[in-house]
Design a protein around this ligand. Sequence first.
Ligand SMILES: NC(=O)c1ccc[n+]([C@@H]2O[C@H](COP(=O)([O-])OP(=O)(O)OC[C@H]3O[C@@H](n4cnc5c(N)ncnc54)[C@H](OP(=O)(O)O)[C@@H]3O)[C@@H](O)[C@H]2O)c1
Length: 332
Amino acid sequence: MKAAFLEKIDTPLIVKEVETPSLKKGEALVRLHAAALNHRDVWIQQGKYPKIQLPCVLGSDGAGIVEAVYDKEAQHWIGKEVVIQPGLFWGNNPKVQSQRYEILGMPRWGTFAQYVVVPVSQLYEKPKHLTMEEAAALPLAGLTAYRAVFSRGALKEGERVFINGVGGGVALFAFQFALQKTTEVYVSSGSEAKRKKALSMGAKKAIDYKDKAQFSALAKETKGIDLIIDSAGGETFNYLIQLAAPAARIVFYGITTGPWKNVQAAYAFWKQLSILGSTMGSPQEFQAMLNFVEQHKIKPIIAKTFPLDAIQDAMQYMAQAKQFGKIVITIP
Ligand SMILES: NC(=O)c1ccc[n+]([C@@H]2O[C@H](COP(=O)([O-])OP(=O)(O)OC[C@H]3O[C@@H](n4cnc5c(N)ncnc54)[C@H](OP(=O)(O)O)[C@@H]3O)[C@@H](O)[C@H]2O)c1
């Protein structure tokens, strides 16, 4: 099979021919039609991810057709169109993942390849209203956004929501999901074109996170936001605390711009804020997310599609934050 390998940190991904992996008990072989990038892939390539083991085929998101299974009882999967749940070994506690938890695409070979081997338990039927490319865009980011907005954020109808850095893969799903519950969705983006897109999709207002005065203006205008979703971290986090309404929730799942800086913690406790960390989600949340996407006929937004042979261009596109939505890889 053709697969894109990261052999060393800070080197380009290399597409080469290798033997298709064989199956062990409990596993399925999926012929991938499309994969998608996550910021995780870029962090790994840049050496900014814990416990990196190389060489490895990266990629956590994929959609395709099940070609083979090891066990007789799983044969009904053969020929089915599937999306792959990228979180392995979550465990039994819905509140938190087990110590064994891992994400597809390092250390286990991932989806930037013609074939991937995963436990059968990771297979879910592809939502029928989605193409293979759209389905591949959904898993990791959709799951993270679903848990952040609903399980951790407990978004209620009519509440005011703020999505920071709406152009990001997870953030854009959080935006699309939140719009199904409330019309009071506010966003930020560093790009005017992305702010315009978000407004055309139903954002009530889109601010520029580079102009910090816009956070206080929005706080004044809205009298505070009930639920804030963030993955930027860094200096901006302090402005999110200011933007929050009394007793609001701030859910964060990343620190793209680095650790929180100069946080005025006193505001957070005086306002009775809940600051909630969130990571990926359980298999039950993955199923709930797929149901939600089917019920509301939500279509993932694909920023750009690259063929597998041009995967390094796709990685650069993400590293430069050019995308509005997901970057998808088509697989020959
Ligand atoms: N914990 C988890 O389970 C989990 C899961 C997925 C991702 N993550 C983390 O979450 C982050 C986003 O992941 P992703 O895959 O969605 O990445 P992505 O598609 O590359 O999106 C990153 C976005 O961050 C926004 N951004 C950059 N600087 C910002 C700032 N100063 N203030 C506000 N927003 C800013 C940009 O938005 P604009 O383009 O609109 O300016 C950019 O598009 C990464 O750090 C990733 O590692 C964590």
